[in-house]
Write a protein that binds this ligand. Structure first.
Ligand code: PXL
Length: 284
């Protein structure tokens, strides 16, 4: 449990609390070391701040990997997220192949709320499927789940049975654990998980707040990953991620801050340090 090390292949956005800016404090609060592998540096995230200043770091990733290999380093987990170019998918694949014992987590950041991000080209979708195929765990939101499966991005499952079928189809792409966030089924918001090894489906409902904040998917996937690395079961890890996000989102909503600036993470990290025992989950 000591000195757990995660290589985080994500962008670094200067303003707007997403990607590495939230992954670092989140996992650190859980006692886990993050080794950032920045895919790009952006002045802000791409969700509403106008013309973003961006530097693509595609040519940085492989030299950094080579250095880590020369040092004989090992990682407990390789965790990928927002990728600035499809070439970076090859680099993630190389990272995964270089540390075969590491837990491979892919957050296929491409879309949200039924809409693909500007960066989501058909080529990115196709290559993201390749990355998902070698992952142990994938954490798409409902829109990304639909895109990965070649469905319309606005697809909404109408029942638990339909949600289970989505989870199974995603697991058939390769990963043994699938967690789909932000699903809306029969009037209820929930995160849905599938553990292929034990053939178990899980649900963790949450209450929706009338505001959207960037970076919440990054926080969810980070807490889930940290929780699993610390030995929690899948439903407990999903519960921890959902409970933390609900706390952070409701706290933020109460302060009426500019939604583009993301959640007030700094005020809420104590929840993660406490590592409470949780049991708010059910079979799906
Ligand atoms: O939180 C996902 C994310 C990551 N990185 C960048 C983004 C977004 C979502 O908008 O713009 C640069």
């Amino acid at each position: 449990m000591n000195n757990i090390k995660v290589a985080a292949i994500h962008d670094l956005s200067g303003v707007g609390r997403c990607s590495l800016s939230v992954i670092l404090p989140t996992l650190s609060s859980m006692g886990i070391q993050v080794c950032p592998v920045p895919t790009a540096i952006l002045s802000t995230h791409t969700g509403g701040f106008g013309d973003v200043e961006m530097r693509d770091l595609t040519d940085y990733i492989i030299p950094a990997l080579s250095h880590y290999k020369r040092l004989g380093l090992s990682f407990d987990c390789i965790y990928s997220g927002f990728l600035a170019s499809t070439g970076q998918i090859d680099h993630c694949l190389e990272f995964f192949a270089s540390f075969p014992d590491a837990l491979k987590v892919v957050d296929p950041v491409m879309a949200d709320h039924g809409k693909p991000y500007k960066t989501c080209t058909p080529e990115l979708r196709r290559r993201m499927c390749e990355l998902a195929a070698v992952a142990d765990i994938i954490t798409p939101n409902m829109t990304e789940a639909a895109i990965l499966l070649g469905e319309d991005p606005t697809f909404v499952p109408r029942s638990s049975t339909e949600m289970k079928s989505i989870l199974v189809r995603l697991s058939e792409m390769g990963p043994k654990t699938v967690v789909v966030t932000s699903a809306y089924i029969c009037g209820e918001y929930l995160n849905a998980g599938y553990d292929k090894e034990h053939n178990k489906f899980w649900r963790v409902p949450y209450t929706q707040v009338n505001a959207g904040y960037p970076g919440t998917g990054d926080v969810f996937a980070s807490v889930l990953t940290g929780s699993l690395l610390r030995g929690d079961s899948l439903p407990v890890a999903m519960n921890r991620a959902a409970a933390f996000l609900e706390l952070a989102i409701k706290t933020t909503y109460g302060y009426s801050t500019d939604p583009r600036e993301g959640i007030l993470l700094e005020r809420c990290l104590e929840f993660l340090t406490q590592n409470r025992t949780l049991c708010d989950y059910d079979p799906l």
